[in-house]
Design a protein around this ligand. Structure first.
Ligand code: NAP
Length: 312
């Protein structure tokens, strides 16, 4: 059986550009949706042209133009969406309902991977306001996919390393300090950190794999399941120095959150569930999911130590 042709929607994004690269590297015919709305955004256009140079095919189409979307979808066996879903940047998760309509009408798609790539929203029914909007919207998209009978894989990628390791798990920081760190609570809750290129690589590996059909793929590289304290220890070893440490209790964290704007509050809620409640590691995967590093043991994923070395 040949490799599936892939259409990537949101291919110009932080994760999307990595999906394009991984899809090409793994030998898939790769289409990238180019939406006319980007107008004269020269950086986006240059990025799209660089994809083309690497072998991708650009397809013009818009989420606001159903016909163009159906035509784009018809070119591919697998559709992957990486549309924005981080409030401090942009949050367009529900726009995917238009893509679901197009996939349903086109009728040829063997698998759809919606824009998820984080905490499993199905496990976040009791999540806090206002951050629960991310999980609620992703669940709305899941329901539409399943109601339309579209085959799927959901990817739960846990923490993007750039956000979480870059800031030593401190919200609002994406560069590691050589002086000080603030622990969220006792800093002992385990989370899971994944290099964004590895997320893309595992995602593409899963698209033609019958074991991940209609399942959730959890990316849990075993060496990268660590607490904030353990991450900080690795950083301290790398810089050869101990950081000054303080901590913020759950109550204080929730108290200070109230004075922030909406987009920041959404992000802080996510940190709360990960770092105080351990929502990424407090469950077994079960029969409706698969774990990426077990399915693809040949992959040499990036460890936390290797990732942090790039900040030296
Ligand atoms: N687990 C984690 O730590 C973590 C961290 C970050 C993100 N995520 C998740 O990863 C996914 C992708 O996020 P990201 O940060 O990579 O996204 P992003 O870079 O903010 O944006 C991705 C894409 O969204 C597209 N887009 C924005 N508005 C659009 C619109 N109105 N119509 C069509 N396309 C539009 C952009 O296309 P144009 O270039 O055409 O504008 C861009 O290519 C989301 O589901 C997010 O929740 C998880």
């Amino acid at each position: 059986m040949g490799k599936s042709a892939v259409l990537i929607v949101g291919g110009t994004g932080y994760l999307g550009k990595r999906l394009v690269k991984a899809s090409l590297e793994q030998g898939h015919e790769t289409y990238v949706l180019h939406r006319p709305e980007i107008g004269v955004d020269i950086e986006r256009v240059q990025m799209l042209l660089s994809f083309k140079e690497q072998g991708a095919r650009l397809v013009s189409g818009s989420l606001n133009d159903h016909r163009s979307l159906v035509n784009a979808v018809k070119l591919a066996d697998v559709v992957i969406c990486a549309i924005s879903g981080v409030h401090i940047r942009s949050h367009q998760i529900l726009l995917q309902l238009k893509l679901v309509d197009a996939i349903k009408e086109a009728g040829n798609v063997k698998r759809f991977l919606p824009s998820e790539f984080g905490t499993d929203p199905a496990r976040m029914k009791d999540a806090m306001e206002p951050g629960r909007v991310t999980f609620d919207d992703k669940m709305t998209v899941r329901k539409a996919i399943e109601a339309a009978g579209i085959p799927f894989t959901y990817v739960s990628a846990n923490c993007f390393a750039g956000y979480f390791l870059g800031g030593l798990c401190q919200p609002g920081k994406i560069l590691p300090s050589k002086e000080h760190v603030l622990f969220l609570g006792d800093g002992n809750q385990k989370a899971i950190y994944v290099d964004e290129d590895d997320i893309a690589m595992y995602t593409i590996k899963s698209i033609d794999d019958p074991r991940t059909l209609n399942k959730t793929l959890y990316i849990r590289p075993p060496k990268n399941i660590l607490s904030q304290r353990e991450v900080v220890e690795i950083w301290e070893k790398l810089i050869g120095k101990e950081l000054l440490k303080s901590s913020i209790s759950k109550e204080e964290f929730l108290g200070t959150m109230k004075s922030k704007d909406y987009a920041e509050q959404v992000g802080l809620t996510h940190y709360y569930h990960v770092c105080y409640e351990g929502c990424l590691t407090n469950f077994e995967i079960g029969t409706q999911g698969e774990e990426a590093s077990k399915l693809y043991p040949e992959v040499e994923y990036t460890s936390v130590e290797e990732y942090l070395k790039r900040y030296l």
